[in-house]
Design a protein around this ligand. Structure first.
Ligand SMILES: *Cc1c(COP(=O)(O)O)cnc(C)c1O
Length: 386
């Protein structure tokens, strides 16, 4: 019997077998010709997938949090004003990172399941000179989707840089970086990019690179400084070996394979599939009486869903039964509602059967606790809405 469980959490996600095989290839030298080619190719592919033909990609060993840390530590100088638009847990994290680098931080906090209104954002950005604004594209603790374009439009008016935490979104939510004028779009390898955890990935606009070049003070971050990494990215893109810190060769080879898969499918098609599956999944869940944490359909993420347990359901038992059935889902993350909801990741190279399997596991666990609904109804609704 197959004993591998289906991993449907908001990262790490199910990895394509070809990506896993790439991880298992012989480890080469970081200056071997085949690795130089993989690294250079990955950098070029990032520009395509980020839709940022003039952006500067960075691929550095670390998690998504390192990408968040690199973005702001390279752009900010002590005493600069920074605005955080927070829709949950990861907005709070950005506040803490910014404070570490001596920024003057203001947080605009949305209520749980909501976004921050554009009026409030404009009012704040016009009130003083902000160096940068951070946006969480999809906050993984609430499943709330923020529209980065409308925020970037306002930020441009006030000459404020935009930093998009796309860790739970990039390659799953629509993000034409250059067309929308977003200065940094960052992510981690283990979310919609579809690689095991371990890589911080960023694409930085020409404008933001100029701001970094013109800084008056040293970057207060040694490992994450662009000063150390830009020459490496430039060298490998020109297919020259270079060294600052040893790159994770197996992970970068796996990244190349996954980015190739996305690029061959086409980023527009990949994003569109996320939209179609997510919409049908939400309808399916709602059909059997479950409620989403996001308060409106327009602000519900397409890479993951945060779902309240129905009245009377024991959440721990529910997730345990789902796991025994063969699917792994995540519990709550937002401290204020932690025990009241669960999270499902539906991003990356997943297919319809993965979602059907997830819905059947949810139904199985609900039925086990005598929740009243018609068995099979969520699956039928999902199929009807595809
Ligand atoms: C997962 C996640 C992070 C943190 O990434 P790590 O790889 O765990 O460091 C940051 N922001 C968002 C929106 C995330 O979903």
């Amino acid at each position: 019997m197959k004993n591998r469980k289906l991993l449907m959490i908001p990262g790490p996600i199910e990895v394509d077998p070809s990506v896993l095989r790439a991880m298992g290839e012989v480890t080469t030298s970081h200056v071997a010709p085949n690795f130089i080619e993989s690294f250079g190719n990955s950098i070029e592919l990032m520009r395509k997938i980020w839709l940022a033909p003039n952006g500067q990609p960075f691929i550095v060993a670390g998690s998504g949090t390192l990408a968040m840390d690199m973005a702001v530590s390279n752009l900010l100088e002590p005493g600069d004003n920074a605005l955080v638009i927070s829709t949950g847990y990861f907005g709070e994290r950005y506040k803490n990172i910014l404070a570490t680098y001596g920024a003057n931080v203001t947080v605009l906090q949305a209520e749980i399941g909501e976004i921050v209104s554009l009026d409030k954002i404009e009012e704040e950005l016009s009130s003083k000179n902000y160096k940068l604004v951070t946006i969480t594209h999809v906050d993984t603790s609430t499943g709330v989707l923020t529209d980065p374009k409308s925020v970037a439009d306002i930020a441009k008016k006030y000459n404020t840089l935009t930093v998009l935490d796309g860790v739970c979104a990039t390659a799953g939510e629509n993000t034409p970086q250059e067309a929308w004028g977003i200065d940094v779009v960052l992510t981690g390898s283990q979310k919609a990019i579809g690689v095991p955890p371990g890589l911080a990935l960023l694409v930085v606009s020409e404008k933001a690179m100029t701001v970094w070049k013109n800084r008056k003070t040293l970057v207060q971050n040694y490992y994450g400084s662009f000063t150390n990494w830009l020459p490496i990215m430039e060298a490998y893109e020109e297919r020259r070996p270079s060294y600052f810190g040893t790159p994770p060769v197996n992970l970068i080879r796996a990244l190349e394979v996954s980015l190739n898969l996305i690029n061959t499918e086409g980023i527009e098609h990949r994003v569109e599939s996320h939209l179609i599956y997510a919409k049908a999944f939400r309808k399916a869940i709602q059909k059997i009486g479950l409620q989403l944490v996001p308060k409106r359909e327009e602000i519900a993420a397409n890479t993951m869903s945060a779902i309240f347990y129905p009245e009377g359901i024991d959440g721990n038992q529910f997730r345990k039964d789902i796991s025994e059935y063969g699917v792994i889902l995540a519990g709550g993350l937002h401290s204020e509602i932690k025990t009241q909801y669960f999270r499902v990741g539906h991003m990356g190279a997943i297919n319809k059967s993965d979602i059907v399997a997830t819905l059947s596991a949810i139904e199985f666990a609900l039925a086990k606790q005598n929740y009243s609904f018609t068995l099979g109804e969520s699956i039928g609704t999902f199929l009807e809405n595809l």
